[in-house]
Ligand binder design. Structure first.
Ligand SMILES: Nc1nc2c(ncn2[C@@H]2O[C@H](COP(=O)(O)OP(=O)(O)OP(=O)(O)O)[C@@H](O)[C@H]2O)c(=O)[nH]1
Ligand SMILES: [Mg+2]
Ligand SMILES: [Zn+2]
Length: 314
């Protein structure tokens, strides 16, 4: 006899999956049929954590295992190309309510270019992320504090919520716990910024592996290697992810790109040319906003960098 059901993918480890019928937490192993795997050919992992799937359980086997036979349509999916040249895309997670991008001013230093690429990709896939500046306890030096404030100005000015937290001394943690309640959240960011530490701070009963910062490279050591969802005692589910090294551009057309910069989207109606790439065109509202300081020079140069790179690899 075959039993059928619908469940959410909560862990993905190469060939193996764990499913749970959320909001209940009782994960069970599952495999995927070769046929299902082929349906989405461009992606290296057609089934992602957060995907809602139909499975059937085959009883009477020595080891009962669920077989995934259908992936239900996604509400959203965070997709990443490992490099610009690669045709393969990788779905980081699907059906996400909230994305938290963890950053650090030092140890490791988060590059603005990385942040902008990440944010743009999220916007393109329909998620407006919250930016967390972690390790607030480390920033006492005036120069480091100035760098943090500049970062905050840039991203708050662009329309993002930016919060200072410390998983070490607890700064801002209660608010994040509240924001995670009743939703599925994703933690992303470079290795060593403290994604797994934040998970542990939100729910001390969890025991994710936490790594150290390499003393020679001042970067994380890629401690978390799987995409895994965890239930929080206070309610809600969090997906902890491996640190991201680089962020290749997703397929965004030059005309589209500025619509994924919220501060540009606000003004592009005022451009004389439509579509406008906000580079050489006269009477461009974006360029005017950069000149007046309404749009940050840093964000605009990230935009130009992505535009140029996109044209190179297209
Ligand atoms: N000072 C300080 N250190 C922190 C804080 N949060 C995390 N760390 C340290 O940063 C290091 C990396 O933490 P992890 O939680 O493993 O980082 P991660 O983002 O999960 O890293 P990957 O799994 O490699 O992607 C550990 O040594 C943590 O103790 C913080 O708020 N303050
Ligand atoms: Mg980790
Ligand atoms: Zn323009």
């Amino acid at each position: 006899m075959k039993m059928r059901g619908t469940a959410t993918v909560v862990k993905h480890t190469g060939s193996h999956y764990l499913l749970s019928e959320l909001p209940q937490w009782s994960p069970f192993p599952a495999v995927i049929r070769g046929k299902t795997r082929l349906e989405s050919s461009k992606s290296t992992n057609p089934v992602a954590v957060g995907d809602i799937v139909e499975y059937c359980l085959e009883e009477g086997r020595s080891e009962e295992i669920a077989v995934i036979n259908k992936i239900l349509p996604r509400r959203n999916g965070i997709v990443r190309k490992s490099t610009n040249l690669s045709k393969e895309s990788h779905v980081i997670a699907a059906n996400i309510d909230k994305v938290f991008l963890l950053t650090t001013v030092i140890l490791p230093e988060t590059k603005l270019e990385f942040v902008d690429r990440f944010l743009t990709s999220c916007e393109a896939y329909g998620v407006h992320p919250v930016i967390l500046i972690n390790k607030r306890d480390l920033y006492n030096d005036e120069a480091v504090l100035a760098q943090m404030r500049l970062f905050e100005d840039i991203y708050r000015g662009a329309g993002y919520e930016v919060r200072e937290i410390s998983t070490l001394d607890g700064t801002g943690i209660d608010d994040i716990r509240e924001m995670c309640r009743d939703s599925i959240s994703l933690f992303s960011g470079a290795s060593g910024v403290g994604k797994s530490s934040l998970l542990k701070a939100l729910d001390p009963s969890l025991n994710p592996k936490i790594g150290e910062i390499s003393t020679s490279h001042l970067q994380g050591k890629h401690t978390t290697t799987f995409y895994e969802m965890h239930p929080l005692q206070g309610g809600g589910f969090v997906i902890d992810t491996p640190g991201i090294r680089g962020f290749g551009l997703v397929d965004i057309s030059p005309e589209e790109l500025s619509t994924y910069f919220p501060e540009m989207l606000r003004v592009i109606d005022g451009c004389r040319f439509k579509p406008c790439t906000h580079t050489h065109e006269p009477h461009c509202a974006v360029k005017q906003a950069v000149e007046s300081g309404e749009i940050s020079v840093e964000r605009y140069s990230s935009y130009l960098g992505m535009l140029e790179e996109g044209s190179k690899y297209r």
